[in-house]
Design a protein around this ligand. Structure first.
Ligand code: ATP
Length: 550
């Protein structure tokens, strides 16, 4: 029989209460050891806030307000009390546990003792509901789940639904717990996870000693290879001391194209299935022979020229793709790498992978990325200027002998950008503006990552278009966790890229640094909070003591 959800909840509490990372790993590791296959996968899904893998495009569609309403009704609590408890605890799960402990809840005589499988099945059913009447059915499922829950269970059910476990368990610690439980090296677990970004499956393979069988698979996204920075062409030449492959740095959306027989799927950097938004690309790849996985940039492209990056955002993140939008924002897939061609090719050197790309017969909405061989700084500088004048973002310079290493930011791909003084940061709070912007959340406080913490580094007011500000307001209100009147505190989910003039030491923010003249360059829909820049990177930039310019 599946383990009780209460046991899982107690383990979560135990993990939260210990601050030692080693203890967290051993508590979780010992628990994982005891679970059967199904429970193991479910527990890891819940702990890693990935109830459903993003590529399945499954969502719970349960808003904060629905949860609050259910809690209010079940515990007979008014709005004011809930709001003040939210300010006190800062977490709806904790509020729910408090209310369950302190209020009388009308329950039928018999309630079911929930298991891990029960909770997972209900969440699955909820996410499968579609169309008319689904809201009411969803609410009824949730209500039953709430009625069957004890105080500690309701706390974790809400935390799982809102994707906020907050027990001090990072993804890295879950990986460590898997290696502890099944006696695997953390390096092996990490490598497997980079290939197959689903920790529940990694745990399963670790348990059954089959991790070595994991490889990249058609129709399941893998991690993208990442690039490092260098500031100048001569730094790059000095570092490599050999002939290099050089491509334009396109300003679009990173995309992984998977083709298996008559199926084509396009995945974003966050592994979401974005095929729906790009039908012309999907149809074109369907016609191409062979099975493959490609790495490419989807670029808005019209009359032979790239359109501003913002244009492609109008294509994505919308419920329905309208023909007029497709026509006004034509797109192209510019292919720069290949990971699978009838079998995995990631271990071949880039120079050979480039030859394999040549076997593919592209159509009108896709093409191979142009590349050049360069051997000195002058050639790189000339290409850099050419790239900028053509409307691209700079250059990508790549080691021709490198393998494709999913998820690794090694020094095999180097980016040379016009604007190297930017940081990817997460919004943690938003304030209402003044004058024309009064009543509008237009002033954003943002943070960088410092291990498992976030540290504030600045505030930005400018850079977004009116449409983007409107959309931002909608999203910010949905993820608000505290309302302070003039300002709201939000869940750290929205990533922005900020440009700035320089970095200064400052005690205004808890990072100890502040950005001079920060402005928002773009909203990074393709990144999540784990991928933002770190305080270490800020310190590195600060130590260079250079006056950045854009
Ligand atoms: P950035 O914020 O500089 O775009 P990133 O953090 O998104 O970088 P990196 O792996 O560091 O990702 O840098 C590579 C980025 O450049 C990817 O986002 C990718 O979409 C984009 N890109 C554009 N042209 C190329 C190219 N020719 N080869 C590889 N990546 C490219």
């Amino acid at each position: 029989m599946s383990r009780f959800f209460e046991d899982f909840s107690l383990i979560c509490d135990k993990i939260k209460l210990t601050s030692s990372k080693l203890n967290k790993i051993s508590i979780l590791g010992e628990f994982l050891k005891e679970l059967d296959d199904e429970d193991l996968k479910i527990a890891i899904k819940f702990l890693s806030s990935q109830v459903f893998p993003p590529w399945e495009n499954k969502e719970l569609q349960v808003g904060y307000s629905t949860l609050v309403k259910l809690l209010k009704d079940l515990t007979l609590t008014d709005d004011k009390t809930i709001s003040s408890l939210l300010v006190k605890f800062g977490d709806l799960g904790e509020v729910a546990e408090y209310l369950y402990k302190n209020k009388k809840i009308e329950k039928p005589f018999f309630t079911k003792k929930l298991t891990l499988v029960d909770v997972y099945k209900i969440l699955n059913k909820i996410s499968d509901l579609k169309g008319e009447g689904s809201y009411t059915i969803r609410k009824n499922f949730l209500k039953q789940l709430f009625i069957d829950s004890s105080p500690i269970e309701i706390k974790y059910i809400i935390k799982i639904i809102t994707n906020e476990l907050r027990i001090g368990l990072s993804e890295g610690l879950i990986e460590e717990a898997i290696s502890y439980a099944f006696n695997k090296s953390s390096g092996d677990v990490r490598n497997a996870y980079l290939l197959l970004p689903d920790l529940s499956l990694i745990a399963y393979h670790a348990k059954h000693n089959t991790m070595h069988l994991i490889s990249i698979e058609l129709l399941t996204p893998t991690n993208f290879m990442l690039a490092d920075f260098m500031d100048t062409a001569s730094e790059i030449i000095n570092y490599f001391q050999k002939e290099l492959i050089c491509e334009y740095k396109y300003d679009g959306i990173r995309c992984q194209v998977h083709k298996k027989d008559d199926k084509v799927k396009l995945f974003s950097r966050r592994f979401e299935d974005i095929s729906y938004f790009l039908p012309e690309i999907v149809n074109e790849f369907k016609k191409i022979a062979n099975n493959f996985i490609l790495d490419c940039e989807i670029v808005p492209f019209k009359d032979g020229k790239p359109l501003p990056f913002q244009e492609i955002q109008k294509r994505l993140h919308r419920k329905y793709l309208i023909k007029s939008i497709m026509e006004s924002i034509p797109v192209k897939a510019i292919v720069y790498d290949i990971m699978y061609y009838n079998n995995s090719v990631i271990d071949l050197p880039l120079r050979d992978r480039k030859q394999i790309i040549k076997c593919i017969k592209f159509g009108e909405n896709s093409e191979e990325a142009k590349y050049f061989w360069v051997k000195n700084s002058k050639e790189i500088e000339d290409l850099f200027n050419e790239s900028i004048s053509k409307g691209f973002e700079g250059l990508m310079i790549k080691d021709p002998d490198s393998k494709y290493t999913p998820g690794r930011r090694g020094r095999y791909w180097i980016k040379l950008k016009k604007e190297f003084n930017t940081l990817d940061v997460v919004i943690v709070a938003a304030e209402y503006g003044h004058g024309k912007r009064s009543g509008v959340l237009s002033d954003y406080t943002f943070a960088v990552k410092d291990n498992d913490d976030l540290k504030i580094i600045g505030k930005a007011y400018s850079g977004l278009t009116d449409d983007e500000i409107e959309e931002m307001n909608k999203r910010l209100k949905e993820i608000a966790i505290k309302d302070l009147g003039y300002k709201i505190i939000v869940k750290p989910e929205i990533i922005i890229e900020v440009a700035f003039d320089s970095i200064q030491k400052s005690d205004r923010h808890d990072s100890g640094f502040a950005l001079r003249f920060p402005r928002i360059k773009r909203i990074r829909y393709d990144k999540n909070v784990d991928e933002i820049d770190t305080l270490d990177r800020v310190i590195e930039l600060y130590n260079r003591k250079r006056s950045f310019y854009t």
